[in-house]
Write a protein that binds this ligand. Structure first.
Ligand SMILES: [Zn+2]
Length: 843
C-alpha cells in the first residue's frame, strides 16, 4: 500500500515537473475550428493549463444532471495570483457583501461565460483559445492586461446541451463538411442542444435558479462579484456579430456608468472588427429588462453585463454558405468571439481604476442612498410556512438580507392582494427586506409593484413579481423599516403526536404538501381527501386536507412508523384524531371525503411537443414531486395502450397527431375514467372538437364585431409606414403579463389556493367559459394586468375568459390549463395548480 502511494506521488511529481504549456492545437492534436471538441476533452485542456502554470486555477463548482463537471478557471498574473484571496475579498468589501476595509490595490475582475446555449457551440472552442492566449508567454498584450485584471473563464455553462450538439454533429458531419444548409449535419433532431438535460433554457434561469447548473454558478458568482460579465451566444448564421451597447429597454435601475462603459467596450470591440472588416451591430434586439439573463442578472448585481452574439448557431455546422454566398466557418466564429472577449479584457484593464471605483460607488449608493420609491418589502409572517421557507432560502442564495423588525406598528403600503395602497399592522414575526443593502437594485427589479417599461418591444416577459408568483400576503412600503432581528424560521412542532390514532391529518397548502402526498402514494399509503372544510379537535381544515385513516392501510406493516417517517422527511406538521366523527363538516366515512388513487401518469414527449414545456413537466415529477411518470413519444403514441394510464398530460406543442381517430380514442379513454390535462397552445387541438366542451371565445355578435374591426385594422395596416412594423405586432402581443384570476376554491383543481390566483400569461390564447364544465379559474370582467405589458387589443379580449377549468366526461375528466402554470418552473403557485390537476381532480 505504502509503496503504491509512493509510486503515485512520484508519478504526480514527475508529471507536474514535466508539464509544459501546450496550445489547444498541440494538446488536442487538431486545429481549433476543425472539430467540435467534446466536453471531457475541454476539461482535459483546462486541467492541463492548470497543471502547467502556477497562475491558473481550475475549480469545480457543480455537476450537471448528466454528471458532467461544471468548472471555472481563474487566470491572473503571478503577483495577483499570490494575492487572489485578498483581491476577491477586497471586491466583496467594496460591494458591502463582506465586513471590513478593502486594500488600496485596485484589480478588476472580468468573467467570461461560454455556451449557455449548447448548440451555439463555437463558444467553448473560443474559451480554449482565450484561455491559452491569456497565458501564452509569447503574448505581450495579454500579459499587460493581467497586471491589473483577473479573468474568470467558465468554458461551458451547459455541458449536457453542448455535448448533445457536439455528439450529433460528430455523428452526422460529412467529410469534408458540407456547407449546404439542407444537409443533415445542419439539422439537429428534437430537442436540440440549446437547453440543458431537463430542456430548460439556462439563459432564462439566472434569477430563479431552478436548475442545478444555475444553483452552482450563482453561488460562485456571488463569491466573486465580477466587474464585467460577458455571456457568449450565437444567433442565426446570416447575422453579423452583435455586441454592447445593449438595446432599449434598459430597466431604470441601470446606472449611467453601466450604460457608459458598455459603449466604451463596444467601441473597443468595433476597433478590432473594423480592422478586419467584420460586420457587426449594436443597440438592437438584446435589451436589459428581464432580470434572469446572463447579461441582466450581472447588470442588476453591479457588473457591466453583456451579451455577445456571433452568427452561427446549430445550423452553421463546421461551415455554412451564408445568404451572401460566402462561407462561414467554425474557425471564423470562434475567432470573432475570441477577439471580442480579449478586447473586453483590454478595455477593462485600461480603465481599471474607474471600473473599480464605479463598482464601489454602485454598491455604496445601494446601501446608503437607494433611489427606489419603495424602500421596504414586508412579507407577512402568517403566510404559508413552506412558501416563506422557500423564498428565504432563495434570498440566501442571492445574498439578499432580510429579517424581523424591532417592533410591530400600524403601517401602510402597496398591498399585493388588492393592488392598492392600504393599512396593515406590521408584526414582529413579519419578514422585512429593505433596499438599503448591496442587492438593492436587484431587489427592486424583483418586487416593485410596477416596473417602468420605457419601450414595450422587449425580448422577453415584462412581469415576474415573486409576490404574485408565491401569492404572498405582502406590502411594498415607502418608509424604511430596519431589520432588527435575524430571521427565525417557525419550526414544525410534532412533539406531541398521539400514538396509534384513528387517522392522521395533513393540511394541503403548498407544493411541499403535494410532494408529500406523492410520497404517501409512492409508499402505497392509502389517502383520502376532504372536499369540504371541517373542524376536528378544535382545528379547522380546509378542502384538500389529506386524511390517512388506519382503516384501509392494514396491509402496511408498521403503518404508523411509515407515515411518521414520511411526514418527518417531508417536514410536515402532523395532526391526529381518535375519531372519524368531526365537530363540524363531513365525517371521514362520508361520500364527501374522496379516495386518492395513486395515478399512473403519462405525458406526451418528443418531436411534436415543445421541448421547454415537456422539460418543465419532466423536471417537476423528478425533482419536485419525486413521482413516477412515463413519457410517451409522440411518434408511437398510437401504438400505446392508454388504458394502462390514469392521467395523460398533453404539453404545449406543434401537434400533427390529433386527427379524428386519435381524438376519438382519447375521448373514449376519458369517458372510461381517464384524466386528460391539456396545456396552453395544445388546447387548440381539442377546442371545438367532437367530444370536448372547450370552445374558442366569441359569441356571434362578437364575431361580427371582430370581423368588422379586423377589416378596419387591415386597411390601416396597409397604410402603415415601413418602420412601424414592429410596433404593430406589439399591440397584438402579451409579453408575459400577470393577471388576477378569480378562483372557485371548492373545486379540487383549486385545493390549497387562495380566493385569487395570479397567472402569468405568456400567450394570446383566449377561451370562453366552459359550458357544462367547471370554470375554476377565470378572468372576471374587464381584464387588466396587475403587472407587466399587454397590448391594448389583446388585453380587451382577455375579459371574461377561462384560465383553468375542468370538464367532467363520463367517468373521467379533462383539465384545461390555458396558461402554462409551469413556465420556466419559477411560478410557485403554478406548480401547486398543476399537482392538483394530476392528483386531486377526478377523485
Ligand atoms: Zn444563445
Amino acid at each position: 500500500m505504502l509503496r503504491a502511494l509512493l509510486f503515485l506521488l512520484l508519478c504526480t511529481v514527475t508529471s507536474f515537473a514535466q508539464t509544459t504549456l501546450q496550445s489547444p492545437e498541440q494538446f488536442l492534436g487538431y486545429n481549433l475550428g476543425d472539430r467540435f471538441t467534446r466536453h471531457h476533452r475541454v476539461m482535459d485542456y483546462f486541467k492541463h493549463v492548470d497543471d502547467a502554470l502556477p497562475n491558473v486555477k481550475v475549480q469545480q463548482y457543480g455537476e450537471t444532471y448528466e454528471h458532467r463537471p461544471l468548472v471555472f478557471a481563474v487566470v491572473a498574473s503571478q503577483e495577483n495570483f499570490a494575492n487572489l484571496e485578498q483581491i476577491r475579498t477586497d471586491n466583496l468589501k467594496r460591494a458591502g457583501m463582506m465586513e471590513g476595509q478593502p486594500s488600496a490595490n485596485k484589480v478588476a475582475i472580468v468573467w467570461l461565460s461560454y455556451n449557455v446555449h449548447g448548440n451555439e457551440a463555437n463558444s467553448t472552442e473560443a474559451s480554449m483559445k482565450t484561455l491559452f492566449e491569456l497565458v501564452n508567454p509569447a503574448n505581450a498584450k495579454t500579459k499587460e492586461f493581467l497586471k491589473n485584471t483577473v479573468v474568470i473563464i467558465d468554458p461551458c455553462i451547459n455541458p449536457d446541451g453542448r455535448d448533445r450538439y457536439a455528439n450529433f454533429y460528430n455523428q452526422f458531419g460529412q467529410v469534408p463538411a458540407n456547407p449546404n444548409v439542407d444537409s443533415k449535419e445542419h439539422r439537429e433532431p428534437w430537442p436540440g442542444g440549446r437547453s440543458n438535460h431537463y430542456m430548460f433554457d439556462l439563459n432564462r434561469d439566472w434569477a430563479w435558479e431552478t436548475q442545478t447548473e444555475t444553483q452552482g454558478r450563482i453561488k460562485v458568482y456571488n463569491e466573486w462579484m465580477p466587474h464585467v460579465h460577458v455571456d457568449f451566444h450565437e444567433q442565426g448564421y446570416n447575422n453579423p456579430y452583435y455586441f454592447a451597447p445593449a438595446a432599449e429597454p434598459y430597466h431604470e435601475v441601470i446606472t449611467n456608468w453601466q450604460r457608459e462603459f458598455q459603449v466604451m467596450i463596444g467601441k473597443n470591440n468595433a476597433k478590432y472588427f473594423d480592422e478586419q472588416g467584420w460586420l457587426y451591430f449594436t443597440k438592437e434586439v438584446f435589451d436589459l429588462y428581464y432580470p434572469s439573463y446572463g447579461d441582466s442578472y450581472p447588470t442588476f448585481n453591479g457588473a457591466i453585463g453583456m451579451t455577445y452574439e456571433q452568427g452561427g448557431h446549430s445550423l452553421a455546422g463546421l461551415t455554412v454558405t451564408t445568404r451572401e454566398g460566402d462561407p462561414l466557418t467554425l474557425k471564423d466564429r470562434l475567432t470573432h468571439h475570441y477577439t471580442a472577449g480579449i478586447s473586453t479584457v483590454e478595455m477593462t484593464s485600461q480603465n481599471v481604476a474607474r471600473v473599480v471605483d464605479e463598482f464601489e460607488r454602485y454598491f455604496k449608493d445601494n446601501t446608503n442612498n437607494p433611489v427606489a420609491p419603495y424602500k421596504t418589502y414586508v412579507i407577512k409572517g402568517d403566510n404559508n410556512q413552506d412558501k416563506i421557507n422557500t423564498i428565504t432560502k432563495w434570498f440566501d442564495t442571492h445574498q439578499i438580507k432580510y429579517g424581523h423588525p424591532a417592533a410591530g406598528k400600524a403601517s401602510k403600503g402597496f398591498d399585493y392582494n388588492t393592488q392598492a395602497q392600504g393599512n396593515f399592522n406590521l408584526a414582529t414575526d413579519d419578514i422585512v427586506v429593505n433596499v438599503y443593502q448591496p442587492k438593492s437594485r436587484f431587489i427592486t427589479t424583483l418586487f416593485e409593484p410596477q416596473s417602468k417599461l420605457p419601450d414595450s418591444a422587449t425580448y422577453d416577459i415584462t412581469a415576474w413579481n415573486l409576490m404574485y408568483n408565491y401569492d404572498l400576503k405582502a406590502y411594498a412600503v415607502a418608509e424604511r423599516i430596519n431589520v432588527a432581528k435575524a430571521y427565525q424560521a417557525k419550526a414544525v412542532d410534532n412533539s406531541s403526536v398521539a400514538s396509534k390514532p384513528y387517522a392522521y391529518l395533513f393540511k394541503y397548502q403548498s407544493v411541499k404538501d403535494a410532494a408529500f402526498l406523492a410520497s404517501l402514494l409512492s409508499n402505497n399509503v392509502k389517502v383520502r381527501v376532504a372536499s369540504l372544510a371541517f373542524t376536528s379537535g378544535g382545528q379547522t381544515f380546509e378542502p384538500g386536507t389529506l386524511i390517512v385513516t388506519r382503516r384501509n392501510n392494514e396491509s402496511i406493516a408498521d403503518f404508523d412508523n411509515v407515515v411518521l417517517k414520511l411526514a418527518k422527511d417531508g417536514d410536515r406538521k402532523i395532526y391526529t384524531t381518535t375519531t372519524g366523527f368531526v365537530d363540524k363538516g363531513k365525517d371521514f366515512g362520508s361520500g364527501y371525503v374522496g379516495y386518492v388513487k395513486a395515478p399512473k401518469v403519462a405525458a406526451l414527449f418528443g418531436e411534436q411537443t415543445y421541448s421547454l414545456n415537456s422539460g418543465e413537466i419532466w423536471h417537476l415529477f423528478e425533482q419536485t414531486l419525486h413521482y413516477p411518470i412515463t413519457q410517451i413519444g409522440t411518434d408511437y403514441f398510437r401504438n400505446v395502450d392508454l388504458k394502462k394510464y390514469d392521467v395523460l398530460i398533453v404539453p404545449e406543442g406543434n401537434y400533427r397527431m390529433f386527427d379524428e381517430g386519435t381524438l376519438e380514442t382519447i375521448s373514449g379513454w376519458v369517458s372510461g375514467g381517464g384524466r386528460l390535462i391539456v396545456i396552453a397552445n395544445s388546447l387548440s387541438s381539442f377546442a371545438d372538437k367532437k367530444g370536448f366542451a372547450l370552445k374558442h371565445y366569441a359569441t356571434e355578435d362578437e364575431k361580427t364585431q371582430a370581423e368588422k374591426k379586423e377589416k378596419e385594422e387591415k386597411e390601416k395596416d396597409m397604410l402603415k409606414r415601413y418602420d412601424e412594423a414592429e410596433r404593430k405586432s406589439v399591440s397584438e402581443a402579451i409579453s408575459g403579463a400577470i393577471y388576477k384570476v378569480t378562483v372557485d376554491r371548492s373545486h379540487p383543481l383549486a385545493y390549497g389556493l387562495r380566493d385569487t390566483y395570479y397567472t402569468l400569461k405568456t400567450n394570446e390564447l383566449r377561451y370562453g367559459y366552459l359550458d357544462g364544465g367547471w370554470n375554476v379559474g377565470v378572468i372576471k370582467g374587464t381584464a387588466k394586468p396587475v403587472q407587466g405589458f399587454a397590448g391594448a387589443k389583446i388585453n380587451k379580449k382577455m375579459s371574461n375568459s377561462l384560465v383553468f377549468g375542468v370538464e367532467d366526461k363520463g367517468q373521467g375528466s379533462v383539465t384545461y390549463l390555458v396558461d402554462n402554470p409551469l413556465f420556466r418552473t419559477f411560478w410557485e403557485n403554478g406548480k401547486m395548480l398543476f399537482a392538483n390537476a394530476v392528483f386531486m381532480v377526478g377523485n
